[in-house]
Design a protein around this ligand. Structure first.
Ligand code: SF4
Length: 338
């Protein structure tokens, strides 16, 4: 890997993508982008990032926003605990660091929602600290260059890779970290065939020289996801629809259409809403979380009076004010098109 440091830096200078958070290396910008980029591709993050910065241009603004408004702004990105942690961390920065983003790795790591990777990225990119930032891209490039057939899901392996990269970190550690990550994203790609013919490391990469690049990293069988079934009730009264806030668990504090576990038959829905004017079968949706898979079907039900348990809002109000998680978005679209 040592022989690759200069090659990576040169390649990065020439080929790096011009991304909005790379313009000024402001820790607030880098922080928000890194959190958004967890589980989400760069292309998808760009518009969210711009919208977020327009509404919340500073740590102060982020610390002052209400949770509902924040979740609305985050709508579509998923993994909403990331947004809540952003606000918590912003409040800590205002209270404990007088509004100035902390500059040491350990202080950054102490903020909610920031793990070793993100702390390393911010410390190296924004404060030129000699810290590594090891994500899946970095591990893949490392294992291929070294032709190591090891399990990258193993935390010990991650630690070992971080330790050995730390030994060869150059002064401009931020550029190096970004270079190896970017190479993993655009050249040494995770799925499909890596683009070795245009890779700056092709004459040093042991896996490529041994013809083994497609075999590394070793594919590990993923755990089965827990499967759950839900019936969603799209209740309409006049021009308003029932929504409610999730009180706990997954997607806590986000808004959803009423639903119950299990698949309901038409007769069961009729029993549930005996006075309804009209019932029809709606759309189905499958939503995949990290550890769960939701199979959702739905019924569209027109009722003559509003039920107390819910908030009754128009579709325009949902769009402007209430954060609906991605799992329920297809039902919102269905109502919009109806
Ligand atoms: S030569 Fe191929 S396998 Fe090796 S780092 Fe480059 S893209 Fe990845």
């Amino acid at each position: 890997m040592k022989d690759c440091v200069e090659l990576l830096l040169e390649w990065y200078q020439e080929h790096k993508r011009l991304l909005p958070w790379r313009v000024d290396k402001d820790p607030y910008h880098v922080w928000i982008s890194e959190i958004m980029l967890q589980q989400t591709r760069i292309e998808a993050v760009l518009s969210y990032y711009q919208r977020f910065m327009k509404s919340l241009p500073s740590i102060q603004a982020l610390s002052e926003i209400s949770e509902d408004e924040l979740l609305k702004l985050w709508e579509g990105l998923g993994y909403y605990s990331r947004a809540r942690n952003l606000k918590k961390a912003a409040c800590i920065i205002i209270d404990q660091y007088h509004g100035v983003f902390p500059s040491t790795y350990s202080d950054i790591l102490g903020l909610p929602g920031i793990g070793e990777y993100t702390a390393g990225a911010i410390a190296s990119i924004c404060f030129q600290q000699k810290e590594v930032a090891v994500d899946g891209n970095v591990m893949r490039v490392y294992c291929r260059v070294m032709d190591h057939d090891i399990n990258i899901k193993d935390l010990k392996v991650k630690k070992q890779i971080a330790n050995s990269l730390k030994k060869i970190l150059p002064e401009n550690s931020g550029d190096y970290n970004q270079a190896i990550m970017e190479l993993g994203e655009v050249i040494c790609i995770p799925s499909g065939i890596p683009k070795c013919h245009i890779c700056p490391l092709q004459y040093h990469c042991k896996a490529h020289l041994n013809g083994r690049e497609a075999l590394i990293p070793r594919k590990i069988q993923k755990n089965e996801k827990l499967e759950e079934e839900y019936t969603v009730f799209l209740l309409k009264w006049k021009q308003k629809y029932a929504i409610r806030k999730r009180e706990s668990g997954l997607l806590k504090n986000l808004w959803e259409f009423p639903n119950q576990t299990g698949f309901f038959t038409y007769e069961e829905v009729k029993k549930l809403y005996p006075n309804c004017n009209h019932i029809e079968l709606g759309i189905t949706n499958t939503h995949i979380f990290t550890h769960k898979k939701w199979f959702m079907n739905s019924y569209y039900v027109e009722i003559p009076f509003p039920l107390d348990d819910y908030l009754w809002v128009s579709l325009e109000e949902i769009a402007s004010t209430y954060a609906i998680p991605t799992a329920f978005m297809p039902f919102y679209q269905y109502l919009k098109e109806k």
